[in-house]
Design a protein around this ligand. Structure first.
Ligand SMILES: [Zn+2]
Length: 111
């Protein structure tokens, strides 16, 4: 199960649920996405950052980032809100942390 927090963006959450449930028909796995309160989207099966990036690209949604906040939780939020907090994002997995911490994190990927 994966949770995607759409940062109180109800419209985004609706689009995401619709997108994930239509992807399912193409045989990319059963997400069985449902919308919960506070614009949280739950999926029955695990979801990857790649799928969420694809959702943003195919939906023509710009200026949003997919961030991993916990092993099974993503946040979909405006890019500026990340940078405003002095945070940066790992290009590989979407992990968000302060610069120094992220430097160590990237090394774990072998960069
Ligand atoms: Zn990473």
């Amino acid at each position: 199960m994966t949770t995607i927090d759409c940062a109180y963006d109800e419209e985004m959450a609706d689009k995401l649920v619709e997108y994930l449930n239509s992807e399912e028909e193409e045989g990319e796995g059963e997400y069985s996405a449902t919308k919960e309160k506070d614009a949280h989207v739950l999926t029955r099966n695990k979801i990857t950052k790649k799928t969420l990036d694809k959702f943003l690209a195919e939906s023509g949604i710009e200026g949003y980032n997919v961030m991993l906040s916990e092993p099974d939780m993503f946040i979909l939020a405006k890019k500026t809100s990340v940078e405003d907090f002095g945070l940066a994002q790992c290009e590989i997995c979407g992990f968000v942390a302060f610069d120094e911490e992220l430097f160590a994190h990237r090394r774990a990927h072998g960069l």
